[in-house]
Design a protein around this ligand. Structure first.
Ligand code: XIL
Length: 557
């Protein structure tokens, strides 16, 4: 107990120290010293989560938060992370075009600030709880609305250290793994996802940006589609930092298969993972057997997160059956949370508590250093790393892969493919081993890798704005130069079109637009370029009056 508290004090800031001390009422301390029963049983969920370096969160609704002391007290004492159940959704924050209302969102952030909790922003781009005025917009206007909404809502809290992450895109997939044909998808195409993430990164470079969905906890068609999307977005440099698994479970449908393996495969892409909306509903009425099954589901989710280093924590979708979305949404189902409607704890509370408290680990021996790190099969954008296994007194659970000083991925085997690299660039990689107690080995020796030139030996694109007026512009010439030492037989230039702009004409290139990304490919007559030779193309675009942005980020391959 004292060791636990001391560790918490080391790991957290002054304010947390004060709140840690508050739990140590003198009587409880005396009891701890005199009685053999572990004092952890009396400690709140958040202190056990903090000991693990993870969060335990809850969604909060603004009405009981304002009106009920019991709701506030439990939320403050038990949880160290908060998600607004509704208050940060589009219909709450921008009910009509350009009219922002932040009363509820600010109430949540103020509560979290008072109680040393972090806030996960939920949610920016979703097909649900988004007002009708957004849904009917033309593509150009919808893009502008998205840009304005993300900049304003994320921007409001960008400098606030309490708001640490956002659900940027929510529920983009159907159950079979195809894209949900929401108004976002139907109007802007699948590029809306990448665009939303880029806009969120621009609005708050420090927030972790998540894609969130339901029925993706186990390995299935939907979670595999999400996995493939996250992998492909990251290889294109789209800033997806985190994947949220909602985890709205129901005892009558069984516990999903391979949850830990699923978390780990996402973690191996280099993203943070988290459970974002955990509840476990039952077919009413409650009885002891259903309570026990429900408790097992909660325990399994906490254990899965405990077992995966990249899992940052678990958020419950509310904590009391008095305030839960379940009875309103699923007829004849309910009792999905860890406190009953009178704020008494249920078996599920004990399950969450004990899984977070866990058996204490007395392992103090880290794994040995991985050796013989080598790189092979290096292309212009990737390289295959492999090394010799570490050993450990208990067992190695995986390896962290570092590029420079940042962890860029994890692996449960002794190899890893580092992708998303830039052509003709030198990188340094190292690996370290990790055991079940979270102890890490020293870093391996470094391997230095220089990627090959881009396809075709390298080319560059340079754009000149020939003329512009308030509602449009002509970019001419975009000069494409073969910078390689051999001839090329084709080129592709990509660049970013500002939100709300539309290409109205182009010449000497075949042009396609996906979201904000424009792709211009050579025509049959200007694809062949000798070393150092150049050609050019041009385009005309319209833009909303007064928006003076121009395309940016030209690259050539
Ligand atoms: C739910 C809220 O809990 C309800 O109060 C509201 O009426 C509807 O939305 N997935 C999500 C959450 O991402 O935002 C949803 O929350 C539950 C499903």
């Amino acid at each position: 107990m004292l060791v636990t508290i001391a560790r918490r004090i080391e790991n957290f800031g002054i304010e947390q120290k004060v709140s840690a001390m508050r739990w140590l009422a003198p009587v409880a301390l005396l009891a701890t010293l005199l009685i053999a029963t572990p004092a952890q049983a009396a400690e709140p969920l958040r202190s056990h989560a903090e000991d693990r370096g993870k969060f335990i969160g809850t969604a909060l609704a603004t009405t009981p938060l304002a009106g009920e002391a019991a709701y506030r007290n439990i939320a403050a004492a038990q949880f160290n992370q908060i998600t607004a159940e509704n208050a940060m959704k589009w219909e709450d924050t921008e009910p009509s075009d350009g009219n922002y209302t932040f009363a509820g969102a600010d109430q949540i952030v103020a509560f979290a600030t008072q109680n040393n909790q972090t806030v996960h922003g939920h949610t920016l781009v979703w097909h649900s709880q988004t007002p009708g005025w957004v849904q009917g917009l033309s593509a150009a206007a919808m893009r502008t609305a998205m840009q304005d909404h993300i900049a304003t809502v994320v921007g409001r809290y960008a400098a606030n250290p309490v708001v640490t992450s956002w659900d940027v895109v929510n529920e983009a997939f159907n159950e079979d793994g195809t894209f949900r044909t929401s108004f976002w998808y139907n109007t802007l195409g699948q590029g809306y996802i990448a665009e939303a993430f880029r806009l969120a990164r621009a609005a708050d470079p420090n927030a972790r940006l998540c894609i969130n969905d339901y029925n993706v906890e186990g390995i299935n068609a939907k979670s595999t589609a999400l996995y493939n999307l996250v992998s492909s977005l990251r290889s294109q440099g789209v800033p997806v930092d985190c994947v949220g698994f909602q985890a709205h479970l129901a005892t009558q449908y069984g516990f999903p298969g391979q949850v830990q393996q699923n978390l780990q495969r996402f973690a191996d892409l280099g993203v943070e993972v988290r459970f974002t909306e955990l509840d476990v509903r039952i077919v009413m009425p409650r009885d002891a057997a259903k309570d026990a099954t429900q408790a097992t589901y909660f325990r399994n989710i906490i254990n899965a997160c405990n077992a995966v280093t990249a899992c940052s924590g678990v958020t419950l979708w509310g904590f009391t059956d008095k305030h839960s979305w379940v009875p309103d949404t699923f007829p004849s189902e309910g009792a999905a949370l860890i406190y009953d409607a009178n704020y008494a704890t249920k078996p599920a509370y004990t399950a969450v508590h004990d899984a977070l408290a866990g058996p204490p680990s007395n392992d103090t021996t880290p794994p040995t250093t991985p050796t013989a790190l080598t790189a092979s099969g290096t292309t212009s954008t990737s390289t295959n790393l492999s090394w010799t296994a570490s050993t450990d007194n208990v067992g190695v659970v995986g390896y962290d892969i570092l590029r420079g000083s940042s962890v860029v991925g994890t692996s449960t085997t002794t190899s890893f493919t580092a992708s998303g690299l830039s052509p003709s660039t030198t990188y340094q990689f190292q690996v370290r081993a990790r055991d079940a107690a979270g102890l890490t080995s020293p870093l391996s020796g470094a391997v230095s890798v220089t990627t090959g030139p881009g396809s075709g030996g390298g080319c560059t694109a340079a754009a000149t704005t020939q003329t512009q007026w308030s509602t449009g512009y002509v970019i001419q010439p975009v000069t494409v130069t073969n910078t390689g030492s051999a001839g090329i037989s084709g080129w592709t230039v990509t660049f970013t079109l500002p939100a709300g702009h539309t290409i109205t004409g182009h010449w000497n290139a075949a042009v396609t637009v996906s979201g904000s990304t424009v792709t211009a490919k050579n025509m049959p007559y200007n694809g062949t370029l000798a070393a150092n030779a150049s050609t050019s193309f041009g385009l005309q675009a319209s833009r909303p009056n007064g928006n003076t942005a121009l395309p940016s980020g030209y690259s050539c391959a």
